[in-house]
Design a protein around this ligand. Structure first.
Ligand SMILES: [Zn+2]
Ligand SMILES: [Zn+2]
Length: 328
């Protein structure tokens, strides 16, 4: 496979993009400062508290400051993770409506702060069928983005560990949901821990190849923009979501070395959501993932090469997503 990609053929950027979920406690700009201090060139935030319905709106001053810092530090892309309470697939009309309104708020805030991605979990169908849940999710999402100015924002469905009636535990379900959202700027976020917990053995070379192969045949590799790079504290196929420090869980160091260097994945934005249990856990996990990345893409080398020189402009010109409203 030819690994040297023309920037126009890639996802709008090239090179090693690695970062971590960063707290917005304090302000949006403090999150960007933190990401930069940790050596990130991409990062993820919540735009408001992830476990309450009531959202705090970012101020114009905060938004401008965040934009300035991202330019200065070359922090691209920025992903926003949606609130955990949102379940647009719920059979319960009241919760669904509430989720739709909250998601509309997520879309507005993510677009307003200039994020490239809004990542969300497709939800749970509870006591209804998965098909019904997926239809509810798609209809709610369409309603939530109707008349909204998305700008450069794409909405990414995250794969899940598939616990109970949770949607998104298989790539074929993600494919079905993308089809239901046809015409909107939607794609996928791949979470490595969730893959492992859903039964894909990313600790072995064969398991990784099998995962990449089925991703290619369902969702399509070009629709995956972010890789949530997490090890798993629970065993293969547990269907139980617990993240672990890189290399200390079921996927292991060799598993992540192959993941971050895989030709099908190496151009994606790798964003960690590893546990923050002791001071410095974030820096340590980033250091480990950087040490696994090789310059030439072979999975054996240890050389790291942080690269922060991709101009923001490269992102602005990103094309190929249908149905995007342009407000620039
Ligand atoms: Zn998530
Ligand atoms: Zn995740």
């Amino acid at each position: 496979m030819d690994e040297v990609k023309n920037e126009n053929e890639s996802d709008g950027f090239s090179g090693w993009r690695a970062g971590i979920h960063t707290s917005i406690a304090g302000s949006l700009e403090q999150a960007a400062e933190k990401a930069h201090l940790l050596g990130c060139n991409t990062f993820q935030i919540f735009s408001s508290s992830p476990r309450t319905w009531k959202a705090r709106e970012p101020t114009a001053r905060e938004i401008a400051a965040l934009g300035d810092l991202r330019q200065r530090y070359h922090l691209f892309p920025l992903a926003v993770h949606a609130n955990y309470l949102i379940n647009m697939a719920s059979p319960d009309k009241v919760l669904r409506k509430r989720s739709l309104e909250a998601f509309r708020g997520e879309v507005r805030r993510a677009a307003a702060i200039g994020a490239e991605y809004l990542i969300f979990h497709p939800g749970s169908s509870r006591n209804a069928s998965a098909e019904e849940g997926m239809r509810h999710m798609a209809a709610s999402l369409r309603e939530a983005v109707r008349d909204e100015r998305l700008g450069a924002l794409s909405i990414l469905l995250e794969n899940t560990c598939g616990q109970g009636s949770t949607l998104g535990g298989s790539f074929s379900q993600l494919q079905d949901m993308l089809a239901l959202l046809d015409g909107l700027p939607v794609g996928c976020c791949l979470d490595t821990a969730h893959c492992f917990q859903a039964g894909m053995d990313l600790s072995s070379p064969e398991g990784l190849e099998s995962m990449v192969g089925s991703l290619e045949q369902t969702v399509g590799l070009d629709r995956v923009h972010v890789v949530h790079t997490n090890d798993s504290r629970t065993p293969l196929g547990s269907r139980h979501d617990r993240h672990e420090h890189i290399g200390q869980g079921g996927i292991g160091l060799d598993g992540f070395r192959r993941i971050v260097n895989h030709p099908a994945l190496r151009e994606k934005a790798f964003i960690l959501e590893t546990p923050l249990e002791a001071p410095g856990d974030d820096a340590r996990n980033l250091e480990v993932i950087r040490s696994l990345r090789s310059r030439n893409g072979s999975s054996g080398a240890q050389q790291a090469f942080p690269e922060r020189s991709v101009p923001a402009r490269a992102w602005r010109g990103r094309a190929g997503t249908p149905g995007r409203k342009v407000n620039r």
